[in-house]
Write a protein that binds this ligand. Structure first.
Ligand code: ADP
Ligand code: MG
Length: 232
């Protein structure tokens, strides 16, 4: 199935005040379109609102106001249950610090989203094998996360993010914790899985070099987002 087309209309987001901190406006008035099948990059400095945007697009959080469409569904108006099902079936996340489950082996980490969704043992085994081949980690299938390098951990995290063939892959600073050479290998792998699955990918980064892997760059500055015109 083709990747989601993403459209944000009048999106604002504020984090509520607590006893200790006042309200923070993280995003103001975002209007944005990301076509199905793109490799889009949210580019901006720390604190500009990239993770907030990814969480809204990934149905982790709901905007304070405005609409977030994945194809024709406004996820700002979906129920919690609908959002949970959507995340499980159609979205894969990759994080800066990998977020693998330390007590599960490489193959168990990769198969985890399928197990969570109630897939059959046969499907979990066959998809896990396929993904292990794709990320080049078959020799490490029985290893645990603490027996892997950072680059290998991120490969596993990418495998886990795509094992259920999601229509949308979200990556939040996926190379932020890796040396530049390993980072480039991870970006190559992200591009390869994106092309193999025809999914839409949205990656947040503060690195121009990482951003150059995308085909649509969106500059995120102080809670605003603007697509960059090619060549500027
Ligand atoms: P980035 O990912 O670009 O570094 P974030 O989206 O994480 O930016 O943060 C945007 C702004 O929102 C920042 O000013 C940050 O301090 C604030 N923020 C992020 N998460 C929270 C939260 N849970 N509660 C309050 N403020 C937050
Ligand atoms: Mg962030």
């Amino acid at each position: 199935m083709a990747g989601f087309a993403i459209r944000l209309v009048g999106v604002q987001h504020a984090y509520g005040a607590t006893d200790d901190v006042g309200e923070v406006t993280a995003l103001e008035q975002i209007d944005l379109s990301i076509p199905s099948g793109s490799f889009a990059v949210l580019m901006g400095p720390s604190g500009s609102g990239k993770s907030t945007l990814l969480n809204l697009i990934g149905a982790v959080d709901r905007p304070s106001s405005g609409s977030v469409f994945l194809d024709d569904t406004d996820i700002a108006r979906a129920s919690e249950r609908e959002l949970t099902l959507l995340r499980r079936s159609d979205i894969g996340f990759v994080f800066q610090f990998f977020n693998l489950i330390p007590t599960l082996s490489v193959e168990e980490n990769i198969g985890f989203p399928l197990a969570l969704a109630g897939s059959s043992r046969e499907r979990i085994t066959s998809r896990t094998r396929e993904v292990l081949r794709q990320i080049g980690l078959e020799p490490r299938e029985k290893h645990y996360p603490n027996q892997l390098s950072g680059g290998e951990m991120q490969r596993v995290a990418i495998g886990r993010a795509v094992v259920h063939r999601p229509r949308l892959i979200l990556a939040d600073e996926p190379t932020g914790n890796l040396d530049s050479r390993t980072g480039e290998q991870i970006l190559d792998l992200l591009r390869a899985v994106h092309e193999a699955h025809e999914s839409t990918i949205v990656m947040a980064t503060h690195s121009e070099r990482a951003a150059s892997y995308g085909d649509l760059i969106i500059d995120v500055i102080d809670g605003t987002a603007a697509p960059r015109i090619a060549g500027t």
